[in-house]
Design a protein around this ligand. Structure first.
Ligand SMILES: Cc1cc2nc3c(=O)[nH]c(=O)nc-3n(C[C@H](O)[C@H](O)[C@H](O)COP(=O)(O)OP(=O)(O)OC[C@H]3O[C@@H](n4cnc5c(N)ncnc54)[C@H](O)[C@@H]3O)c2cc1C
Length: 518
């Protein structure tokens, strides 16, 4: 027992660092050559390298087109990449991506996936698809913790001055203008997928400055407005305001709004987040998937590509006509032979940031401390914190009592060389960051949390820093090189389910299309 005046030591839950094979990077950087025994070669028409959303979507497309001569190689024990999830009691939980905004009707292939998953129930009068109520994020959606209290929403209205109100309204006018903006061809400045955005100079000039500079240039000084924009950048990009391009900053606010005055598209979510989509895609293509198969060498040949992968301790080879490269783009020079010499595009410019995600398994949920506190929501954000707060896994199931799982998100953007630091921290140190942060709002978290597992994402998301998205770098990477078709969300400069899905489908269509053309 603690003596008088001493604080009782805080009880840490059980837990561990899970996931992510960090040894592969070292193996690839060694630049070794890999020998495959003659009887370990197979022939397939297409090999997909990477089983995240992009790779699985490519496989889904091939399967839908009755093209079955392919294999998908995934280095981890599970598919899904940054959209993977865990199974638990009372519900599953995400390890990364946790929602998808309802796509516009023009995104027909994504609408097709939602239809195939039985998520739709007809059309609205406006012709937009209607998603079944049980899959749309239920109320209360989000709340924010500020100076000891929880408030409704993400933007902190409580205590705002007249000047804060004026600036918030003014910011909204800018958003409305960009939502309604069209170029001479009728294209929007901001829409999902990025491939459909206008390349008109008026819009793309925004990519040359940071979002922080854009706010300054437009006279925005309101602390809470700046916080709100900074939160958006951290949330979708894992970057601070001054690290994010103004184009990407406005994309966050405009791309999912149909017309000015409309609300942003509603969110589709599940307890296990976008793991639901991953599991559906995987179910459709699982016969073709080889897990724990790291592609270590892609050797372009005259007629195709030889893919060498590490299967346990053994090397296996696939002779293919085409490869769909759905792994992070920055790994291309390490995996693809001859890439570094010829450098068809600047793969090193596809820079990622680092995050950690913690799942906290609670025996009961935190209590509401003040009668006027806004209740536990799906998304629970802490204003005075470098984290993004936590998402409640049981929310969507309507289970509002008893055990739950909270998923806590922490981008390493506040630290110089965040990736190295992330991998130097022990489980105990990261758990301490997480628990100390959540304890501001829920001091009882130490008693409630029975287990806390952590996933470190060394290469979590592409960074849409200034002068990247519209610099021309992506354009070159989108083109196939020596029978290798690139297909990672990186190609959009923005990490989103929709972008990975788009590139997966595009690469699959092009790879098979070219084979048919011959
Ligand atoms: C913390 C976090 C939260 C997010 N939240 C959301 C969200 O709510 N909504 C949303 O839309 N998006 C979100 N995202 C982004 C989203 O997860 C991604 O955009 C999308 O899942 C990317 O899919 P991908 O297939 O392009 O890439 P990845 O997820 O990076 O998948 C690449 C795959 O390739 C595999 N691989 C790598 N190298 C090799 C190799 N040599 N051989 C074989 N396999 C290899 C990897 O193991 C991985 O499975 C989030 C991302 C993170 C990190």
């Amino acid at each position: 027992m603690a003596a008088c005046g001493e604080t009782a030591p805080r009880r840490f839950p059980a837990g561990e660092i899970v996931g992510q094979n960090v040894d592969l990077g070292h193996l690839l950087r060694e630049g070794r050559s890999f020998e495959v025994a003659p009887n370990n070669w197979q022939t397939v028409k297409v090999a997909i390298v990477g089983g995240g959303v992009a790779g699985l979507s490519a496989a889904w497309k091939l399967t839908n087109e009755n093209f079955n001569d392919f294999v998908l190689l995934e280095l981890e024990k599970e598919v899904g990449g940054t959209s993977q999830s865990g199974q638990g009691t009372p519900v599953g939980y995400p390890w990364g991506a946790h929602y998808l905004p309802v796509p516009f009707k023009e995104n027909t292939e994504l609408v097709g996936l939602l239809d195939e998953m039985s998520l739709l129930e007809g059309r609205e009068t406006s012709d937009e698809w209607r998603v079944k109520e049980q899959f749309l994020c239920r109320e209360p959606e989000e709340r924010i913790f500020y100076k000891g209290r929880w408030y409704d929403g993400l933007y902190l209205h409580a205590g705002e001055s007249e000047e804060d109100k004026r600036q918030f309204a003014e910011f909204q006018k800018h958003v409305d203008r960009w939502v309604n903006w069209r170029d001479v061809s009728g294209r929007r400045a901001f829409v999902v997928p990025v491939a459909n955005c206008s390349d008109d100079a008026e819009a793309t000039a925004l990519d040359r400055i940071s979002f922080a500079d854009w706010l300054r240039q437009n006279g925005f000084t309101s602390e809470r407005l700046i916080w709100y924009c900074d939160y958006g950048c951290r949330d979708d990009y894992g970057l601070k305001l001054e690290q994010t391009s103004a184009w990407a900053g406005l994309f966050y606010f405009c791309a999912r709004v149909r017309a000015s005055g409309n609300e942003s598209q509603k969110f589709i979510t599940f307890p296990e987040g976008n793991g639901r989509f991953v599991n559906h895609l995987f179910d459709r293509v699982k016969e073709k998937v080889q897990k724990s198969h790291a592609a270590v060498s892609l050797v372009p040949t005259e007629n195709g590509v030889e893919v060498i992968c590490l299967d346990g301790g053994e090397f296996r080879g696939f002779r293919c006509e085409k490869v769909i490269f759905a792994s992070p783009i920055l790994t291309a020079p390490f995996v693809i032979r001859g890439f570094a010499d010829e450098a068809p595009f600047a793969a090193g410019e596809f820079q990622h940031n680092a995050w950690f995600v913690a799942n906290l398994f609670l025996k009961d949920r935190p209590s509401t401390r003040f009668a006027r506190d806004f209740p536990l929501s799906w998304d629970n954000v802490l204003y005075e914190s470098p984290s993004l707060g936590y998402v409640n896994a049981t929310h969507q199931k309507g289970i509002d009592y008893g055990p739950t799982t909270l998923t806590y998100y922490y981008p390493m953007c506040h630290e110089a060389d965040g990736r190295t630091k992330l991998f130097n921290y022990t489980w105990h140190e990261l758990a301490d960051v997480c628990l100390t942060d959540i304890a501001r709002a829920h001091p009882e978290i130490y008693d409630l949390c029975e287990r806390l597992d952590i996933m470190r994402w060394g290469h979590a998301m592409i960074s849409p820093r200034p002068n990247f998205i519209w610099s021309g770098i992506r354009e070159k990477a989108i083109r196939p090189w020596r029978n290798i078709h690139f297909a990672h969300t990186d190609l959009s400069g923005i990490a989103l389910f929709e972008e990975a899905f788009y590139h997966g489908l595009k690469a699959a269509g092009e790879a098979v299309g070219q084979m048919h053309d011959r």
